[in-house]
Design a protein around this ligand. Structure first.
Ligand code: PMP
Ligand code: GLN
Length: 383
């Protein structure tokens, strides 16, 4: 058996969701909305299913979706993208990220990435025979440690993997931080895999800036988006990569090996979604911001130390003021069983959970208001 896979545990999201079901707990762990995405997008998929859109589509994606991705790049970020040669549609951002890493990495190459991090990155990098170089962001502010980042780059650096807005820290990288990263990429002639699945989920006037828009970055960045996040349809697993025509053929070949194509009916619907007018994207973030505020205020009232959340679906909360004696894994299990509310231990987002911060839990707020309120009253009753 493959040793790396054998050593990879079942993802914390699956483990905690199963525990939530087992205990009849409200699941604020795994990040998925408990409400449906836009009706016109869902209907477009249903129509496409009945319209004989059910055979293999073109390998790099339906032309109408590639065009919609290119148009969205122009509308939101001023990027000029050729839909024929610079967009690859994938089965979720998860596949897109793996395809981008496959596109550029050779065994022995080094990849710089930030902790806390999403759980798919490290196993894939290691399976490709590449070597992760981890740089830690530190709560509560999660600022870029510039010296540590510069020190992580070296002659073997092939790429950086950057997730902004960042899951679970809900940090949105600033223009100055991105400029610092861009400078290192240029000096080391390296690529960037940009996990931007939460690009449209930012709050309080924080704007997502793709690294790809910075000077010199157009040819170095592979920018990954997710229809699951942008349209609150996480089960759809439609992702898209935007990158220079010099990189796209390798991304496409990786996609060819991994899944080859992505369901055409869903692709057609996602094109409808990406073409929606600005008001959709504005209300998406405004509605989530109100949910964030609702949950954050409630957790604060209960005594949690709630960290600032500038983007994504998640709040990180320090539970140590509550006087719980165990670590974050114990805390998340305990509240699932005793309060019937589930969260994710933040140490799960570290390569070595043993030396990670152990007093933070991640709560997803992409839930109906009544569900958030019920979760808060359960926590109040438990406390
Ligand atoms: N990256 C991050 C940071 C995520 O939180 C997620 C979770 N959905 C993904 C990638 C995967 O996205 P998808 O469901 O489109 O594969
Ligand atoms: N991205 C989601 C989260 O962070 C979960 C996706 C998954 O279950 N793998 O909660």
């Amino acid at each position: 058996l493959n040793a790396l896979l054998s050593a990879t545990g079942t993802t914390v999201f699956t483990v905690m969701s199963a525990l939530a079901v087992q205990h009849g707990s409200i699941n604020l762990g795994q990040g998925f909305p408990d409400y449906e995405g836009p009706e016109d997008v869902v209907k477009a998929a249903a129509d496409a299913l009945l319209d004989n859109r059910n055979q293999y589509p073109p390998m790099t994606g339906l032309p109408e979706l590639r065009q919609a991705v290119a148009d969205a790049n122009r509308r939101f970020y001023g990027l000029t993208i050729d839909p024929a040669t610079e967009v690859v549609v994938t089965s979720g951002a998860t596949e897109a990220l793996t395809a981008c890493l496959m596109a550029v990495l050779n065994p022995g190459d080094e990849v710089v990435l930030f902790e806390p991090l999403y759980d798919t990155y490290l196993p894939v990098i290691r399976m490709l025979g590449a070597v992760p170089k981890l740089v830690r962001l530190t709560p509560p502010k999660w600022e870029l440690p510039r010296d540590a980042l510069a020190a992580a780059f070296g002659p073997k650096t092939k790429a950086v993997l950057l997730n902004t807005p960042l899951n679970p820290a809900s940090k949105v990288f600033t223009a100055a931080e991105l400029a610092f990263i861009a400078d290192l990429l240029q000096r080391h002639d390296a690529y960037a895999v940009c996990d931007e699945v939460y690009e449209h989920l930012t709050f309080d006037g924080w704007k997502h800036i793709p690294l790809m828009t910075l000077p010199g970055m157009r040819g170095r960045c592979m920018r990954v988006g997710s229809a699951g996040k942008t349209f609150s349809l996480t089960g759809w697993k439609v992702g898209y990569v935007t990158c220079d025509a010099s990189l796209a053929p390798n991304v496409a070949k990786a996609h060819q090996l991994l899944t080859f194509t992505t369901p055409p009916n869903l692709q057609r619907a996602v094109a409808v979604g990406l073409n929606k007018d600005d008001s959709y994207f504005e209300s998406l973030s405004a509605e989530l911001q109100a949910k964030r505020d609702r949950l954050a205020a409630g957790l604060e009232k209960l005594g949690f130390g709630v960290l600032e959340a500038r983007g994504s679906y998640f709040i990180t909360a320090d539970f140590s003021p509550l006087g719980f004696s165990g670590d974050d894994v114990a805390f998340c299990r305990h509240i699932t069983e005793a309060a019937k509310v589930t969260a994710i231990p933040v140490s799960a987002f570290y390569d070595n959970p043993a030396d990670a911060p152990k007093h933070y839990a991640r709560f997803a707020f992409c839930k109906n208001d009544a569900v958030l309120d019920e979760a808060l009253s359960r926590l109040a009753a438990w406390k």
